[in-house]
Ligand binder design. Structure first.
Ligand code: ADP
Length: 484
């Protein structure tokens, strides 16, 4: 259940579309603003640390120098206190904005520049440690001060520690300096970030604009204005997309044209037999007392026209079926020899009627992937044409051959041939070289275009070699294995 819910949520997420501007803008922020803010933070922190460290070292050095001076002057042991040295200690404490305290061996404070705790006892940890020979620094960053100690020695050879100089310095002024620097830098970061965000918005809008223009053109195309020129050449990518759209558009336009042409042709072809029937019927009706023989003759003509009409409809239906999709192919392993032989057998009576000899030559046994019905129709069309457009006493030779990849069916005839300049056109729907002759033989002009469609559906090719008055050879080449 939980898994399903998660999947649903994921699907929903996938379905949601986001504007291209969003990731672009996010990328801009991530690459521009974020590093700047982070760098500002890190630099601020390390600046604060180095400033305080510097002050600690400075105070420590000064403290050591002072304690050395106090040791040499015998500050701790002198019967009366050296006023000059006292003054110096006050000055140093003022310079560091701090406080200097001198503690003797009994932990008694003998000097305090703040004059608050003279005579009191100081047993703080840094002082204790210093008497034990350990110099320590006490840092209280939170409370904005630090304390350093330095030992004061007696003037004997053994250099005994007889006092401790404790310097407490404030970091307040340093921190206020650091804060003002940080404030300036923060102001800079905020201003720069704002500029970057504005620049990001502007750049994102500019970047996406060509794509939007493309979309507007496409919308107009979708609304039906195919004549609209699509050219957005700002980027190489949009240029390529525009070119691809232009190509698709040209294809659509040509399809549109050929559809219109096809509909016009179909209506014309369907109308012709109907017009003939109407003329025949009208003339019969216009005749008073027409003899029965005439009736019979006209009726037989009408029957012929109906046959023609029905053949056109049949051919059109085959063509429409072929146009649908490759998935309509019912591919099985077919013995092509048997298929060709059966087709020829069916056409034998027509050939005999026209006194045309049908010859079959099989160079090798061929089994291939094919749609039996459709392929048979294609071969049948070729052989039928070879018989129809032949001369009395002529021949038709069908040859079957194959190599490791393809099988070849060659239909050659000794017929009237096809003029070179129209050889490409014969595969077009309704195209006939000699309209009168085709009509005479019951042709619809659709046979070769059906054949070509079948061959293309099998991923094959068809080729025509012909010479007027000498004959024609149609060669079909189809792969032995059908790749889905
Ligand atoms: P049709 O139904 O008119 O035969 P096709 O599409 O089969 O239509 O053929 C188109 C035209 O090509 C035919 O009208 C004919 O003029 C020409 N043609 C086809 N096959 C041959 C052939 N073997 N010899 C001569 N002309 C041919």
């Amino acid at each position: 259940m939980a898994l399903r819910f998660q999947k649903l949520k994921l699907d929903k997420f996938r379905q949601r579309t986001v504007s291209m501007r969003l990731p672009l803008f996010a990328m801009f922020l991530l690459m521009g603003v974020l590093p700047m803010v982070l760098q500002g933070q890190i630099m601020g922190r390390s600046f604060r640390r180095t400033q305080i460290d510097g002050r600690v070292i400075e105070v420590q050095n000064q403290s050591l120098i002072t304690s050395d001076r106090l040791s040499r002057a015998g500050y701790m042991t002198a019967p009366s206190r050296d006023v000059l040295l006292d003054k110096e200690l006050d000055t140093i404490a003022d310079i560091f904005n701090g406080r200097i305290v001198v503690v003797d061996r009994n932990f008694r404070i003998i000097k305090d520049t703040f004059k608050l705790s003279v005579g009191r006892i100081n047993v703080s940890e840094p002082v204790l440690r210093c008497f034990n020979g350990e110099n320590s620094i006490l840092r209280e960053d939170e409370k904005q001060y630090f304390a350093v100690t330095a030992p004061i020695y007696d003037n004997t050879e053994s250099r005994n520690i007889i006092g401790v100089l404790l310097t407490i310095a404030s970091t307040e002024n340093i921190l206020s300096n650091v804060n003002s620097v940080e404030e300036t830098s923060r102001f800079f970061v905020v201003t720069a970030s704002l500029v970057m965000v504005l620049a990001g918005i502007l750049l994102t809008v500019l970047f996406v604009r060509p794509f939007e223009k493309l979309q507007v053109s496409l919308d107009r195309m979708a609304d039906g204005s195919l004549d609209e020129a699509v050219s957005e050449n700002t980027y190489r990518e949009t240029k390529r997309i525009s070119e691809a759209i232009q190509r698709t558009k040209a294809k659509l336009q040509s399809m549109d044209r050929s559809r219109e042409e096809f509909v016009a042709n179909v209506s014309h072809e369907l109308k012709t037999p109907i017009t003939s029937i109407r003329v025949l019927a009208d003339s019969l009706m216009g005749m008073e007392d027409a003899p029965v023989e005439l009736y019979r003759e006209f009726m037989s003509d009408i029957s012929d026209e109906i046959d023609r009409e029905s053949k056109i409809v049949d051919d059109l239906l085959s063509l429409v079926k072929m146009d649908k999709s490759v998935a309509e192919l019912n591919v099985t392993q077919v013995d092509i020899n048997v298929l060709v032989q059966q087709t020829l057998k069916r056409l034998q009576p027509i050939a005999e009627k026209r006194h045309v000899e049908l010859i079959y030559e099989s160079i090798r046994e061929v089994t291939a992937d094919a749609d039996e019905t459709k392929l048979s129709l294609a071969i049948s069309n070729l052989v039928e044409n070879a018989i129809k457009y032949n001369v009395d006493g002529g021949w038709v030779r069908v040859t079957l051959d194959a190599d490791h990849k393809y099988f070849y069916i060659k239909v050659a005839d000794s017929g009237i041939g096809i003029p070179e300049d129209v050889q490409d056109n014969v595969f077009e729907r309704f195209y006939r070289v000699d309209k009168a002759r085709s009509r005479e033989t019951g042709g619809t002009g659709l046979g070769l275009s059906i054949t070509k469609n079948v061959v293309l559906m099998h991923y094959g090719a068809i080729r025509l070699i012909s010479k007027e008055g000498e004959g024609s050879t149609f060669t079909v080449r189809i792969p032995l294995t059908y790749i889905y």
